[in-house]
Write a protein that binds this ligand. Structure first.
Ligand code: TXA
Ligand code: MG
Length: 311
């Protein structure tokens, strides 16, 4: 059920989290399906509702930087990045602390943990009120298009989720950038809402991109088929076929346009919404997407549509 994200409803949602249930909530990137990081049964519910393979670990969402050192091993570079870009669309992969309690299920048994602080008032209030870190994958069935509105969550997960907190559309619209901080060089495991160039400028060093062996992904969720609409999808398309619903960019108008002015941030914010519209319409039976430059947020967009088009 969809509820407005009012203060009383946020408190109700926090009660559900504390009592071991799941709640869908808005972040600046996509809607998340949350549970207490310390409640194994609640986490198991997330995997069941999403049909998510349980080898795929979850991101812990925190509302306070201090929590980081309770969870994981940190260093100066990690803390500097956190201070600069949190709250925001940046997730760290860190080495777990040995005394880290009860997080095996969230981490899918890995020795590393992923953590982020979302930049959304509702998410932050919910984490504070719950009094625990909230683990949350995107609030959709595994492999389908990610949700950027409460209605998308309702469409994908329906009544399996007792409460969906509604705060309108997500501003960033693509998932967080995942940074593996456990090596000498920062490794981008998933391009996302924070551009790699921005991170490089701040650190004064280059980051690496993990191309990822799809059979043994270092970020296990980065499988080749993901974000898939129900229609066959082609990317980098300059000329469409008659049966294709065309998602344009810049001067290529299309049936819908990610950003007429060619603004990649605007395009990222529109991406999943337009894919949802494209898969819901019935006039055309295929989807085609115009070329998107592979810089800045374009990297995150290309990553998502490449997986969306995987056959
Ligand atoms: O923006 C986001 O990150 C959203 C919102 C809800 O915060 N969350 C999200 O979660 O995208 P999810 O589960 O859909 O994607 C998380 C990705 C998966 O590919 C997962 O395999 C990877 O992060 N991941 C999580 N923990 C990891 C770990 N310990 N080591 C390696 N990869 C990890
Ligand atoms: Mg996801």
């Amino acid at each position: 059920m969809i509820y407005s994200a009012s203060q009383p409803n946020i408190l109700k949602a926090a009660n559900l989290i504390q009592s071991g249930d799941v709640v869908a909530f808005p972040t600046e990137t996509v809607y998340g399906l949350g549970a207490s990081a310390y409640n194994a049964k609640a986490i198991a519910k997330i995997f069941a509702i999403k049909n998510r393979p349980n080898f795929n670990p979850l991101i812990s969402h925190i509302a306070d930087i201090d929590f980081l050192s309770e969870y994981a091993k940190t260093d100066e570079r990690i803390l500097a990045l956190a201070k600069q870009f949190w709250p925001g669309p940046m997730t760290f992969i860190l080495n777990r602390k040995d005394n880290n309690p009860a997080l095996d299920l969230a981490c899918a048994g890995l020795s590393k943990i992923s953590v982020r602080m979302p930049n959304h008032p509702v998410a932050l209030k919910l984490i504070h009120a719950s009094g625990v870190p909230i683990v949350a994958p995107s609030a959709n069935k595994s492999q389908t298009i990610s949700p950027t509105t409460a209605e998308h969550v309702q469409k994908s997960l329906g009544d399996q989720v007792p409460m969906i907190l509604d705060a309108g559309s997500c501003i960033v619209g693509v998932e967080s950038t995942i940074l593996d901080m456990t090596h000498k060089q920062v490794v981008v495991l998933r391009a996302g809402g924070l551009a790699a160039e921005t991170i490089e400028d701040f650190l004064g060093e280059k980051v690496l991109f993990s191309d990822g062996n799809p059979n043994k992904p270092s970020s296990p969720g980065q499988l080749l088929k993901h974000y898939a609409p129900r229609y066959e999808t082609r990317i980098n398309v300059k000329k469409t076929e008659a049966d294709e619903f065309y998602i344009g960019f810049g001067k290529i108008q299309g049936d819908l346009n990610l950003s007429r002015s060619g603004d990649l941030q605007e395009a990222a914010a529109n991406l999943f919404e337009m894919l949802h519209i494209a898969e819901a319409q019935t006039k055309k039976t295929k989807i085609a997407i115009a070329p998107i430059p592979n810089v800045g947020l374009g990297r995150a967009i290309n990553d998502r549509i490449k997986r969306a088009s995987y056959k």
